[in-house]
Design a protein around this ligand. Structure first.
Ligand code: PLP
Length: 377
């Protein structure tokens, strides 16, 4: 028996439910319109093809890229692995940050013993340490890849991408470095424009933006990248770049979720800011410190360290019904340790709360009261 618990779920950075509009859009493609979209001969496969084209338009419109720059993957992990592997095959290093998500961190360092030269440090608020970053850029060979995590999954910190990309593309122009952005947590949470960011690759995922799990995209800038080698070979789908039968229902759900996100970005943000304020007002008498860049952060995310308590294990037990995250649920225990310890944030005293569309004031207030009563014993 499945029990509805969405009101008390405060881990929306780990995943989101499929929104009703996306679910409705997907349904016919599971059963009535099931033809293989690569088929040429039936009206049903033409319907599948046109649904996939429509989805690309919806995603392109949210991201600010063109439809032809999108290739569907199984999610952000695959997109990131694909780009990184393309550089690795050509013997080119990838510069990443010490607090990147494991999808980037583990892949970039795969098979490398000495990787210090290819990891730049972050400031304690999660922003890029520009001094160390510039030093590491200087040591990169021509044509190497720089990867940036747009909005941090744990801290919520949003990078000033324009500043960083202009440093890479203008100050270090002679190196012809390329830029990949992991926009998994950024997508749908705030507006950005792929073309204006002057980046070369972007990875994203549907399940963080109220679309289904198991589908994502890699966006490749056609103005700067002439080719990328295929990651999955086979039947030649998606211009031979990513073979395998396209998953029409998931792709349709992804597109619809993006369309809804583009309509709701401001509304969602206002809702999250209201909940954030309510939560912080309710716990204002406790001893705590907020982590991340408080000026430029995801509206739905709170990363908080409670002072005066060495270990929050009893609190975490009490908070089980609330699904707050002590770490990144989409990653491993070692990922969380690495990120928080890089930033000198005491892991055992820290938790992440991330709000979603279905979070409401009553549940947020309940969460705050539970934290207060548990910590005060
Ligand atoms: N990058 C970031 C910042 C994430 O938060 C996640 C979440 O899981 C991923 C990458 C991996 O995404 P996916 O689950 O689509 O593979």
């Amino acid at each position: 028996m499945v029990r509805a618990m969405s009101k008390t779920f405060f881990d929306y950075n780990s995943t989101t439910p499929v929104c009703p509009e996306a679910l409705n859009a997907m349904l016919p493609y599971f059963s009535e319109v099931f033809a293989n979209p690569s088929g040429q001969t039936s009206e049903m496969s033409w319907q599948s093809q046109s649904a996939i084209k429509a989805s690309k338009k919806q995603i392109a419109s949210l991201i600010g890229c063109s439809d032809s720059e999108i290739t569907f993957t199984s999610g952000a992990t695959e997109s990131i692995n694909w780009v990184f592997e393309d550089f690795q095959k050509r013997g080119l290093p990838i510069l990443i940050s010490d607090i990147d998500h494991d999808a980037s961190f583990q892949k970039a360092l795969q098979g490398k013993d000495n990787c210090g030269d290819f990891i730049f440090t972050s400031n304690t608020d999660g922003s890029v340490n520009l001094e160390d970053f510039s030093k590491k850029l200087l040591n990169l060979p021509e044509g190497a890849l720089v990867s940036l995590l747009y909005a941090h999954n744990e801290l919520g910190t949003i990078l000033n991408l324009e500043e960083i990309t202009s440093l890479v593309k203008e100050k270090f122009k002679q190196k012809k470095l390329l830029i990949h952005v992991d926009a998994t947590q950024a997508l749908g949470k705030f507006k950005f424009n792929f073309r204006k960011l002057k980046i070369d690759f972007l990875s994203c995922s549907a399940h963080k933006v109220y679309g289904p799990k198991g589908v994502g995209a890699l966006v490749v800038n056609k103005d700067t990248i002439s080719s990328i080698s295929p990651f999955i070979c086979g039947g030649g789908q998606q211009d031979g770049l990513r073979s395998g039968t396209l998953n029409t229902p998931l792709i349709v759900g992804f597109g619809k979720a993006c369309e809804i996100a583009s309509l709701k970005t401001s509304e969602d943000k206002a809702h999250y800011l209201k909940l954030k304020k309510l939560f912080l007002d309710e716990i204002k008498d406790l001893d705590f410190k907020l982590n991340g860049d408080l000026e430029c952060s995801l509206a739905n995310t709170i990363n908080i360290t409670f002072g005066g308590w060495k270990n929050l294990a009893p609190l975490f037990l009490e908070l089980l019904p609330y699904s707050v995250s002590q770490s990144s649920a989409c990653s491993t225990e070692s990922n969380k340790k690495r990120i928080l310890s890089s930033l000198d944030i005491p892991e055992a005293q820290t938790l992440r709360i991330s709000f979603g569309r279905t979070s409401d004031e009553e549940a947020v207030s309940g969460l705050a009261q539970k934290i207060k009563s548990t910590l005060r014993g």
